[in-house]
Design a protein. Structure first.
Length: 71
């Protein structure tokens, strides 16, 4: 049995980057919702919109991953 270490390293690297990106986006969304509660006026709307955009990107990435697994 021969292990293709280059392919294994590539999968590990892509998985690590994707995980860090998704966790970062989700964290930005939570922080945006938290800042929205303490902000006033137009900045509250901007914080809420940014948070929803982060959550939408997370949902899109997870949906794409599920699509890759199923299809």
């Amino acid at each position: 049995m021969k292990i293709d270490w280059a392919a294994l390293g590539s999968v590990f690297g892509v998985s690590l980057v994707a995980t860090v990106t998704l966790v970062g986006l989700f964290t930005l969304g939570v922080v945006g919702l938290t800042k929205q509660e303490s902000a006033a006026g137009g900045s509250a709307v901007l914080a809420r919109t940014g948070a929803y955009a982060c959550f939408a990107l997370c949902a899109a990435a997870v949906s794409y991953g599920i699509y890759l697994i199923v299809a």
